[in-house]
Write a protein that binds this ligand. Sequence first.
Ligand code: APR
Length: 176
Amino acid sequence: MGSPPRSRIELVRGDITEQSVDAIVNAANSSLLGGGGVDGAIHRKGGPSVLEACRALRAGHYGGGLPTGQAVATTAGELPARWVIHTVGPVYSAAEDRSALLASCYVESLRVARELGAESVAFPAISTGVYRWPMDDAARIAADAIRTARPSVPDIRLVLFDDAALTAFRTAFDTP
Ligand code: APR
């Protein structure tokens, strides 16, 4: 049994809520009850069914909230996707190296996507907004994690919200 074929990785500048993929990854917080940035956009565009599904998770297996570095799927509601995969990035800390937790967001989201049978997944630049992770370092961690993650999915899209993020991710993924 040979190793699975490598994923196709695409970097685009845009709005993650407009990506027509099987699964859109949300940069959530552990409450799973919404927020700003990506989280706010996903709940706004996804509609109430996304929050309802998140509330059900909180009433069930995730009573204490989704731990940092983990991922869980819900319906995508009105978004052009089948699922939202919520993951909680670490807040940046200069004192403590939380890189493994950030990498885990990508690895766990790909594992969940694979379990769902998703063929295509869109990621935002996790932790680089409200959670203040320096963009270049976050891009490097994302590139390493996505390239080495097994299991993975055939089509992976990184959706960057501005030119600075796109440049940082292009550098990290070593693409022109
Ligand atoms: N599409 C793609 N990328 C976006 C979008 C969007 N619609 N909106 C924001 N971004 C970018 C930001 O510019 C940033 O580079 O996503 C990256 C992640 O930023 P945040 O959404 O702030 O996520 P994060 O830094 O992981 O912080 C998570 O913020 O919104 C709250 O509830 C959320 O508490 C959680 C925290």
